[in-house]
Design a binder for this molecule. Structure first.
Ligand SMILES: [Zn+2]
Ligand SMILES: [Zn+2]
Length: 418
């Protein structure tokens, strides 16, 4: 009888160890996968940066090429903010097919992967912000969230939990995903080269409209993952690292108000307030009101935003409150009788007065008393509650709060002189 349980125990311990080993192995494999460098991606990104830098330093482009670069950079950014982000990632508004085609093409200019790939990763970012499952987690440092993640082979074990049904149902998303490389090269590199060749600056078109534009649009988007999770205001929530920042909004067509966006991702606005700089919001709103291409925009109810703001004000006020010295906590005070209070004052010459249920030692304060030290001395060993609350002077809120600084004892209930 005794051998069986022993065997069982050995077996179960072996099996536990074996399972532990498998789990450890799986974990290590995953860790290795997630730490693997993504060479093709990394080298491509580095080459684009090097060519951009050399172009700026050595090649003088035609003015028209500069103008085209400016226009293409902004169109690419808007393709990402209005299209990839607010439409496809968050369904913050509805767009008809012609607009989706245009936004798909503009987003392709951003050279940030297909809509489907970008959106799924972004949904992971929102669902597991700042955790190990966030593809560009700010918790892993500024560099990682800005660009470092691009150099790591993607390994997203929770991707299967992200809903992609809306993306799979959209023919624009499916088409763009299927022909992404061809479309990206055509829109992002061949088109600017050909356009600039019209004024005899094909090389400038390639270097500036093609390569440099890619870098500008990249960093505009990357700043949201890094700067907007690092510096700025938290007006709506402090649950994740997302912050709001006017400077960043200026650089990103309004995406810089990232704190609002993380709290209310379904809202078509990132800059919620009227004066917030958010051209992406204005474009969507203009398309909604002036055309038939945006039948519906989503706004969270005003009251919900106000509640979030009030909650944050309370949190901030509580943090400020913690930084003040509010005096002696009443629960830490010794409890004495009214008689003991009087005796101590008479026998030991204590400079004590009684207000409400607290004995206050006013020796350090009496000379600063606005009504003069003499009045205080008159109440040593007596109950000055009535005088304090209007009998002589109805003291201010600040005076009431200040009394806590001088507490030395608490009077037992029903012990006070009537
Ligand atoms: Zn974010
Ligand atoms: Zn988002």
């Amino acid at each position: 009888m005794s051998a069986a349980p022993a065997k069982k125990s050995i077996d179960s311990s072996l099996s536990t160890n074996f399972n532990d080993d498998i789990q450890k192995q799986k974990y290590n494999n995953k860790k290795r996968e997630s730490e693997e460098t993504w060479w093709i991606n990394g080298v491509f990104v580095i080459i684009v940066h090097i060519i951009s830098l050399i172009s700026i330093l050595t090649y003088t482009a035609d003015r028209k090429t500069w103008a085209m670069t400016f226009v293409m950079s902004n169109l690419g950014m808007l393709g990402i903010t209005v299209g990839y982000h607010r439409l496809w990632s968050h369904r913050a508004y509805e767009a008809k097919l012609p607009l989706r085609i245009v936004l798909g093409l503009l987003g392709t200019l951003g050279f940030q992967g297909s809509i489907k790939w970008w959106v799924l990763r972004h949904r992971l970012h929102h669902r597991w912000t700042d955790t190990e499952h966030d593809p560009y987690s700010a918790a892993k440092g500024f560099w990682f969230s800005h660009m470092g993640w691009i150099f790591k082979k993607p390994h997203y074990p929770r991707m299967k939990l992200i809903d992609a049904s809306d993306l799979n149902a959209d023919p624009v998303v499916r088409f763009q995903h299927k022909y992404y490389v061809l479309l990206a090269l055509s829109c992002g590199l061949i088109a600017p080269t050909m356009i600039a060749s019209l004024w005899g600056d094909a090389l400038g078109g390639f270097l500036y409209g093609g390569i440099l534009t890619r870098m500008v649009v990249w960093h505009s988007t990357f700043c949201i993952n890094s700067f907007a999770h690092w510096s700025g205001e938290q007006l709506y929530s402090n649950e994740v690292s997302a912050r709001g920042n006017l400077l960043l909004a200026l650089m990103t067509h309004g995406e810089g108000y990232h704190n609002f966006h993380h709290e209310f991702p379904k809202d078509f606005r990132n800059g919620y307030r009227l004066f917030d700089w958010d051209p992406s919001k204005w474009i969507i709103y203009a398309l909604h009101t002036l055309t038939n291409q945006v039948p519906k925009v989503t706004r969270v109810p005003e009251n919900e935003v106000r509640k979030a703001m009030v909650n944050m004000e309370i949190i901030k006020a509580q943090e400020k409150r913690k930084k003040c010295d509010w005096g002696v906590d009443s629960s830490s005070l010794p409890v004495i009788t009214y008689e003991q209070y009087k005796q101590k004052q008479e026998q030991e010459g204590k400079e004590w007065i009684l207000i409400d249920e607290f004995v206050l030692d006013v020796s350090s304060f009496k000379d600063d008393h606005p009504g003069g030290a003499k009045i205080l001395k008159n109440y040593y060993g007596k109950d000055s509650t009535k005088a304090f609350h209007g009998g002589l002077n109805d003291h201010s809120k600040a005076a009431n709060t200040m009394t806590a600084m001088f507490r030395v004892a608490k009077i037992e209930k029903n012990q006070k002189e009537e």
